[in-house]
Structure formats: structure tokens, C-alpha cells
Design a binder for this molecule. Structure first.
Ligand code: SAM
Length: 353
């Protein structure tokens, strides 16, 4: 099996870019802001806020959400400092922000759109967050927004027709026990590597703030709106194969390096890893609900997130056709979305042990 391509977002600032189509991911940062402020106020020790304070965003993409994430953190740290010392943070603290993503991420768009008037210095940190990407003890607060559901590769057997864990339906409906186990094993191993790496890079007492989506315990991905979206993508690819636009073999050997874990699985992985204490695991009510169910918006935002990954497997020329089908199918499937079981959006606050 060939190596899994890096799953980057569609670059630039054009109408199909991630930069212009990531409101959904941003809404969680806004909805969870109060809880995040409380966590920084109560879990970060005041003596960590001195001279130089570093914030690192892992899986930052091309903006603008990353700027919202890091600014919210800086505001909360400054607020705590101001309240507890009576001093102006601008007189005493310099902030540094470390932006991490794959080397193939569009860092040019990111750096060209850095907010005017920001009060921090910036640096890019290229490389996979499943490995060490920074020196020991180099940041105080780390953040991950909507990137804690990736695996480093598609698990063994998933794309192999002769394997019991062959996942014919791309991800969801055909997610049998063998497929689930293969994904969960891969996700657990990768997430433990991610936690090990961050534990080395964080200063003692530092925090990791994880924002993202998971499954409520006992709910299957295929029963949720996100699962329905994945099924629609898979069905559309199958239709294109039946129309002779792409080869059926290509569809049968396609899968994603994504795993939306159950809450209990995430807790278990963090506990087994042992490098962090879970200070909070908040169930956040997201203003955009489970997922936008406007078929047009859904297809465009899906294209901004999935487009590059699909192009790497199927070739760029079929992508427009694929997303036209995805939009049409989403329209037909509207009743299914209305009956979907709720997923869960979270803010997890981890403190380094
Ligand atoms: C859905 S986007 C979220 C982007 C951004 N955090 C936001 O809130 O808009 C997921 C990001 O994670 C990045 N990513 C996925 N796997 C990664 C890895 N192993 N190392 C670094 N970045 C990764 C992708 O390139 C992408 O930019």
C-alpha cells in the first residue's frame, strides 16, 4: 500500500479555500471561549506568566481560525496577569506564537494574513504533530482545533479487499468490528505519540487545550450528521465509478486517515498515556449545531477540507464533478440529517503532570 498523503486544507484565499470556508470550525472556538478563559484563569499558575510566554497551535491550517484561537488564549493570559498582579502585561510580557502544520500546508497564506496590530511574534513550525517538532520546554499553552481526529496513516488492511478489515464504504456505514478495531488501534497509538511529543515540548505545568468533535459513548459515526456526510462522499464516489468517470478499484481502495473517537475512548487513551491530567472535558453547544445542513454550504466547506486529499487519490479533474454530486445527494438526504443522533463538540483541558 502506498503512503497515506498528508491531509492539508485547500490553500489560498479563493472561494473554494479553507480560509474562506471554515466558519464551522471557528464557531467552536467562540462557543467555548468562556470555558477556556475559566480554565486558563484557574489552572495556569501565575508564576508561569513572565518575560516570554509562548503559545503553539498544532494543525493551524491557513487561517483565520488559528488567529482567533491564539488571540483568545493571549487575551485570557493577559487578563489573568492584570487581575492578579495589578500590572499591565504589555509592560512585562512578550508573546510568541508557534504555528504548526504539515510542510505542505499553505503557510504563505497564513503569514500574509497575520492580523494587523497583533501583540505577538510569529514563527512557523513545519512537520507532523505526531512527532517532536519543537525543542524541550518551548511553550506554555498548546492548542489543537479540529485536528485531534486524524491518524498518521490509514490503518493496515482497511484498503485491502482481501482483509477482514477492508472498509468498502469509505468510512461509516460499513464500519464493522474489525474496521473499528483497526482505526481505534491506529488512533490510540498515534494519539499517545502526539501526547508524548507535547509533554516533552511543554514547560512543566503547561496546558494543552483541545477543541474538536467526538462521539458520545455508544453512538456510531454513521448515526451522526458527520457520518452521513462521509457516507454521502463515499456514495458520490461510487456513482462516479458507475458512470465510468473514475475506476471502481480506485474507490474500493480509498479511505481516510480520520477517526472520531467516543468520549470514553479519548479519556482512556489520555489516562493510559499518563503524561497529562484531564482538568476539564466540556460538552460545548456549538452555534452551528452538528454540521451545517444547507447542501450548498455543506458541499463547499467539505471541498475546502476534503478537496486536496481527494485530488491526491483520484486526480484533480474529477473533483468539481464529485462535489456537484455531493451537493445533490446532501439535498436528497436532508431528512436523514434531521433524524441524526447528536455528536459532541468538546473542549478538553490537559495539564502536564
Ligand atoms: C480541519 S483543519 C483545522 C485547522 C485549524 N486548526 C482550524 O481550526 O481551522 C485540520 C488541520 O490539521 C492539519 N493536520 C492534520 N494532520 C496533521 C499532522 N499529523 N501534523 C500537523 N498538522 C496536521 C491539517 O493540515 C489541517 O490544516
Amino acid at each position: 500500500m502506498s503512503a497515506t498523503p498528508e491531509w492539508v486544507m485547500v490553500g489560498g484565499e479563493g472561494p473554494e479555500s479553507y480560509n474562506q470556508n471554515s466558519y464551522y470550525q471557528r464557531a467552536l472556538l467562540e462557543a467555548a471561549k468562556e470555558k477556556m478563559n475559566e480554565a486558563i484563569s484557574s489552572k495556569l499558575s501565575l508564576d508561569m506568566i513572565s518575560d516570554r510566554f509562548s503559545v503553539a497551535d498544532f494543525g493551524c491550517a491557513t487561517g483565520p481560525n488559528t488567529f482567533v484561537a491564539v488571540q483568545n488564549i493571549i487575551d485570557a493570559v493577559e487578563d489573568k496577569y492584570r487581575k492578579e498582579t495589578g500590572q499591565n502585561p504589555a509592560d512585562n510580557i512578550e508573546f510568541q506564537v508557534l504555528f504548526n502544520d504539515f510542510t505542505t500546508n499553505d503557510f504563505n497564506t497564513l503569514f500574509q494574513s497575520l492580523p494587523q496590530g497583533r501583540r505577538y511574534y510569529s514563527a512557523g513550525v513545519p512537520g507532523s504533530f505526531f512527532e517532536r517538532v519543537l525543542p524541550k520546554q518551548s511553550f506554555h499553552i498548546g492548542v489543537i482545533n479540529y485536528a485531534f481526529h486524524f491518524t498518521s496513516k490509514i490503518p493496515k488492511g482497511i484498503t485491502d479487499r482481501d482483509s477482514p478489515s477492508w472498509n468498502r464504504d469509505m468510512h461509516c456505514t460499513g464500519f464493522n468490528e474489525a474496521v473499528k478495531k483497526a482505526y481505534l488501534d491506529q488512533y490510540s497509538a498515534d494519539t499517545k505519540n502526539l501526547l508524548d511529543a507535547r509533554a516533552e515540548e511543554l514547560v512543566p505545568g503547561g496546558l494543552m487545550l483541545l477543541f474538536g468533535s467526538c462521539l458520545r459513548d455508544g453512538v456510531k459515526m454513521s448515526e451522526t450528521a458527520k457520518g452521513i456526510v462521509l457516507d454521502i462522499v463515499g456514495d458520490s464516489l461510487n456513482d462516479l465509478a458507475q458512470q465510468g468517470v473514475i475506476e471502481q478499484d480506485k474507490v474500493d481502495s480509498f479511505s481516510t486517515p480520520l477517526y472520531f473517537a467516543e468520549e470514553g475512548e479519548i479519556r482512556q487513551i489520555i489516562k493510559e498515556n499518563g503524561k497529562f491530567t484531564i482538568e476539564a472535558f466540556e460538552d460545548i453547544v456549538h452555534s452551528k449545531g452538528e454540521f451545517t445542513i444547507d447542501p450548498k454550504i455543506l458541499a463547499v466547506s467539505c471541498r475546502a477540507s476534503f478537496g486536496s486529499f481527494l485530488s491526491a487519490h483520484f486526480g484533480g479533474e474529477v473533483i468539481t464533478k464529485a462535489f456537484e454530486l455531493i451537493e445533490a445527494k446532501a439535498r436528497q438526504e436532508l431528512p436523514r440529517f434531521h433524524n441524526a443522533k447528536p455528536g459532541m463538540q468538546y473542549l478538553i483541558v490537559l495539564r502536564k503532570n
